[in-house]
Design a protein around this ligand. Structure first.
Ligand code: TMO
Length: 316
């Protein structure tokens, strides 16, 4: 990608005009995180920007700190602002200024404690969270002693699983997975023996097509549950609510993007992916084992009718 860019810019500097002259030839900086749909979607949109004549650079960044980077213009945009995981960091950056809400995807999201359906045989009171303590022993491992094991997402997703367990009095040990792949490995390893497991999961994702399952139903999310102890059933604790069950998936942009790359900014506003489209992007990597860049090209080839109107609406 880098090399392509250098070739591209060298050509432009010899005097060949870009297709959409209004946009700066500086690269649009797109952040990449640690789950597959975000990486593939970022490549899809990056390839569209390139088709429209822009230069693109990808940087791997922390999924929370990225909002500060977008606010400062070091990174140009963010394509997957999940309400549950990143709502707090997004709102904080918004309040400081420098980045803005660039619109919602069509997708409705949910991120929470989850189990493959076979788990219910050992814990029939699920999906209610109140069943968890009665079943803690079936989730116990050598590592967790008589407590149940819950494998939470990687630390940077700030899922606050340990605070949730504490605030709701759950007899569970919360362990952070080192990567998304560790979550899928945990489910996969439990599958042959139909061993009960509890892991962090989300939708849209490839996993729903591979392992039918359910989210644990925690006390419903109330706005402020992460900052106001009075929200949720425990009056003295934060994080005593589930994540939003019908969460948003937003795009965010640096305020300077619309003047520096007006054509790309216009297209970013048009971009809107659905749940099945996002699950498919993840599948191409997590199930089909494609490289993200290649997965993005494949996805685009199969979905020209989805993306053409976004671009044609923005051609000057
Ligand atoms: C933000 N994530 C989809 C990984 O939960």
């Amino acid at each position: 990608m880098k090399l392509k860019q250098i070739l591209c810019c060298a050509v432009l500097s010899t005097g060949v005009a870009p297709a959409f002259a209004a946009d700066s030839s500086d690269p649009i900086v797109i952040p990449i995180h640690n789950w597959s749909s975000q990486i593939v979607m970022s490549n899809v949109v990056g390839q569209l920007f390139e088709e429209m004549g822009s230069n693109v650079e990808f940087v791997t960044t922390d999924s929370q700190a990225v909002y500060e980077s977008v606010r400062l213009g070091d990174v140009t945009l963010e394509l997957e602002v999940w309400e549950g995981a990143f709502g707090a960091s997004f709102r904080e950056a918004l309040s400081k200024g420098g980045l803005h809400d660039a619109g919602d995807h069509d997708a409705v999201t949910r991120e929470d404690w989850w189990y493959p359906m076979w788990t219910k045989e050992s814990c029939p009171g699920l999906p209610s969270w109140e069943a968890l303590n009665d079943c803690a022993a079936v989730f116990a491992t050598a590592e967790t002693g008589d407590k149940g094991r819950y494998l939470d997402g990687p630390v940077d997703w700030l899922k606050h699983g340990a605070e949730r367990a504490e605030s709701l009095g759950l007899n569970f040990t919360v362990i952070n997975a080192g990567s998304a792949a560790a979550l899928w490995a945990e489910i996969g390893a439990a599958e042959a023996d139909k061993k009960p497991v509890l892991v962090f999961n989300w939708t849209p994702n490839f996993a729903e097509a591979v392992w039918p399952g359910e989210f644990v139903e925690f006390p419903a999310w109330e706005d402020g549950c992460d900052i106001d102890p009075s929200k949720g059933p425990n009056p003295d604790a934060l994080f005593d609510c589930g994540n939003p069950a019908t969460g948003y998936l937003k795009k965010a942009a640096w305020d300077g993007m619309k003047d520096k790359w007006p054509t790309a900014y216009c297209m970013l506003g048009e971009v809107s992916f659905t749940n099945p489209q996002i699950a498919q992007m993840a599948k191409l990597v997590d199930t089909d084992e494609m490289e993200p860049e290649e997965a993005a090209t494949e996805w685009l080839d199969a979905n020209r009718e989805v993306v053409e109107p976004w671009m044609s609406g923005c051609k000057s």
